[in-house]
Design a protein. Structure first.
Length: 367
């Protein structure tokens, strides 16, 4: 029995070490799936440690508990110290209501315009019909959702977007039928500007879409080339002269090709690098990134300059897959931003008829 316990400990240790492989090296089956399950290894490891304690095998017991702790380290990091100073959190909270009113004023003046975005003139300091200057918002509410082959409940999406005051909505695995159902549910009245990726046979479950309440300065159907569905983006003017580019992304799952999976995740870092080259530019990625902080490829993406909304909020993870299980769930959906943005009010919630939870967050720019 003692040797068996030592064997379990060694297997557990080697399993945990998979997350320390260089980025891209883990792109071999079944490594991506094994790495995704690392946060749950503590369950069998602690169970074996209890057995070791019962038979007074203190050496294996201590080692099993140590490996169990190491398997949980990155999950525990979600309860870490909030990196944002208290003053920044107060600024984000103060900007919340003001920016929401600004967004509503902007969209009320632009209803009836084209629902498909194209590069347009800046709306910075625009004038509404009453002659009132409309300042760019300093804070926006964001939402992202994987729509499971376009089957997600469109009425529920529109309802949540309305109730939560969503300003930017990113959808993955969308379809023309879903967009038609969303329009019937009134989404265009809430978010009149949209940009979609081109629908292709090689898409992983459907195309990506980004919708906005605020009129964009610029938009593109494919902001960066990765081996996955197109990455549509819009650029919105925000307070302090910031140009914030929001992109809806969905790298391939490992079962559709491990190398493409890793390359797609790492490739999104190009958006962060592009933002660094422009003064006061911020890049935001929303979507089902098919990876978590356990995956070296995802951590390589963060190193390009992105920070994760759930991690920086430091109030626990927002586990989004699968929807029908309360536990165990894994973190696949993310909202990321480059330097200059602060996240608050990060939360996940259910939308019927899809296998992912939706993820929402409040983004405030540092003026």
């Amino acid at each position: 029995m003692v040797w068996l316990l030592w064997g379990v400990m060694i297997v557990g240790m080697l399993w945990v070490l998979l997350s320390e492989l260089p980025a891209g090296v883990e792109a071999r089956m079944p490594f991506p799936y094994m790495i995704a399950l690392i946060p749950f290894l503590w369950v069998p490891l602690v169970a074996c440690a209890v057995v070791a304690g019962i038979i007074h095998a203190w050496g294996p017991m201590c080692c099993l508990l140590g490996v169990a702790l190491s398997a949980s380290t990155r999950r525990i990091a979600y309860w870490g110290t909030d990196p944002h100073p208290r003053r920044e959190r107060r600024t984000a909270a103060t900007a919340r209501d003001a920016s929401r009113e600004t967004s509503r004023e902007t969209v009320s003046d632009n209803r009836g315009t084209s629902r498909e975005t194209s590069p347009v003139a800046s709306v910075t300091d625009s004038i509404d019909d009453t002659g009132t200057t409309v300042e760019p918002p300093s804070s926006l509410t964001l939402m992202t959702l994987n729509c499971r082959y376009g089957r997600a409940d469109a009425v529920a999406i529109a309802r949540e977007a309305r109730t939560r005051g969503v300003d930017v909505l990113a959808l993955q695995e969308a379809s023309d039928d879903l967009l038609a159902r969303l329009d019937a549910a009134g989404i265009a009245d809430l978010l009149p500007y949209r940009r979609s990726g081109e629908s292709k046979e090689t898409d992983n479950g459907g195309f990506n879409v980004i919708l906005s309440r605020v009129e964009p300065d610029d938009a593109t159907s494919d902001a960066i080339a990765i081996p996955a569905a197109d990455v549509p983006s819009i650029t919105l003017p925000m307070a302090g002269g910031h140009d914030v580019t929001f992109a809806s992304a969905h790298p391939k799952s490992p079962m559709r090709g491990c190398r493409e999976w890793s390359a797609g995740i790492i490739g999104l870092g190009g958006l962060a690098k592009a933002a660094k080259q422009e003064d006061r530019a911020i890049a935001v990625v929303l979507g089902d990134l098919n990876s978590s902080t356990e995956h070296p490829s995802f951590r390589a993406l963060l190193k390009t300059g992105f920070h994760d909304a759930s991690l920086t909020q430091a109030k626990g993870p927002n586990l989004t897959f699968p929807r029908w299980l309360k536990w165990p769930r894994i973190e696949l959906d993310h909202i990321l931003a480059t330097r200059g943005a602060v996240f608050t009010d990060v939360a996940s919630f259910e939308i019927p008829e899809t296998d992912h939870l939706a993820l929402t967050a409040r983004l405030t720019v540092r003026v």
